[in-house]
Design a protein around this ligand. Structure first.
Ligand code: NAD
Length: 294
């Protein structure tokens, strides 16, 4: 079998159009959805993620406030900046680009964001709402993966989904979402403590790789006809490439594509969906804060 290669960009374009239309509705009422984007330091990957998000916001008719902060900033100073945006009614969402330098506690910074403006969905209140099945912000990458499955009509009810990775921003929220009644998958979470990863992965109807390890998932590990969603984005040295590296997912793409029914490429798979979901969360945040919707 040769897999259908999922065009994440095309699916994301639909989501972006929808966010753009909803933002236009708000603009007619004189409201411009605005996201404060805080970047500490000059990590090249973070810089490129931040500029991609800001560009997508602009294309969707939304605003962003670009805050670049020196690597040496203290945790207190960063939290004070966040407090300012929490209190500013013209700012509807706050995004702190991770990772932060080692001297700043990410937990403390995330907890300082007003949950009403937590468009990344990383705040403990958002995580709790997700766990309890209550309305709230859902982290963008897990939301994007679930949207992809739905959009492609990949059956999830009763399917066995295996999530490789247990981070708070991808693996855990995604595993939780997949168990929601409207998705109804049976979920296994694998992590660094898992014994015999291959045995679990082989059982997956839907495999989601979010480990951050290039080509961790090989063809021998994948069940014939599985849907394979590759969240991993890894920079792999490549002297032939202009930048000296190329991006690889967590899945050994070519051989796995021979066996799977569906597969997402890296880049061009999950990544564009993550940004599209962020746009939706910013519009939602704005609508709630401006009483356009409860
Ligand atoms: P993380 O490092 O916080 O978590 C990785 C998880 O994978 C851990 O829970 C760990 O237990 C598990 N893991 C690592 N090696 C493993 C192994 N050999 N076997 C089993 N489990 C293993 O990373 P993260 O923030 O969750 O991101 C995961 C990957 O997804 C990274 O490559 C990241 O760049 C990428 N990512 C992509 C997007 C996107 O939009 N496409 C968004 C977020 C993260």
């Amino acid at each position: 079998m040769a897999a259908i290669v999922i065009d994440g960009k095309a699916v994301a374009a639909k989501v972006k159009e929808d966010a753009k239309a909803r933002a236009a509705g708000l603009r007619e009422g004189g409201i411009i959805p605005c996201l404060a984007v805080l970047l500490v330091g000059e990590d090249p990957a973070s810089l490129s993620y931040v500029s991609a998000k800001e560009q997508a916001l602009a294309e969707a008719g939304m605003a962003s406030k670009d805050i670049r902060l020196p690597r040496e900033i203290t945790e207190e100073e960063l939290i004070a900046r966040i407090a300012g945006f929490n209190a500013d009614p013209a700012i509807h969402g706050i995004l702190v680009q991770l990772p932060l330098p080692g001297h700043i506690r990410e937990d403390a910074v995330i907890a300082a964001i007003d949950p009403a403006k937590d468009v990344d969905g990383f705040h403990p209140v958002s995580a709790g709402n997700l766990l309890l099945g209550r309305p709230g912000f859902i982290p963008c990458t897990p939301a994007g993966v679930v949207f992809l499955l739905r959009e492609l009509g990949i059956p999830t009810a009763g399917a066995h989904a295996v999530v490789v990775g247990r981070s708070n921003i991808v693996g855990r929220p995604l595993a939780n979402l997949l168990t929601r009644r409207d998705i109804n998958a049976t979920v296994t979470i694998c992590h660094t403590g898992t014994v015999d990863l291959a045995r679990h992965v082989r059982e997956a109807d839907i495999l989601i790789a979010a480990a951050g390890k290039p080509a961790l998932i090989t063809a021998e590990m994948v069940r014939e006809g599985a849907a394979v969603i590759d969240v991993g984005v890894n920079r792999v040295a490549d002297p032939q490439a202009k930048k000296g590296y190329r991006l690889r997912g967590d899945v050994d793409f070519g051989p796995v594509a021979e066996k799977a029914a569906y597969i997402t490429p890296v880049p061009g798979g999950v990544g564009p969906l993550t940004i599209a979901m962020l746009l939706q969360n910013v519009v939602d945040a704005c609508r709630r804060q401006t009483s356009v919707c409860p």
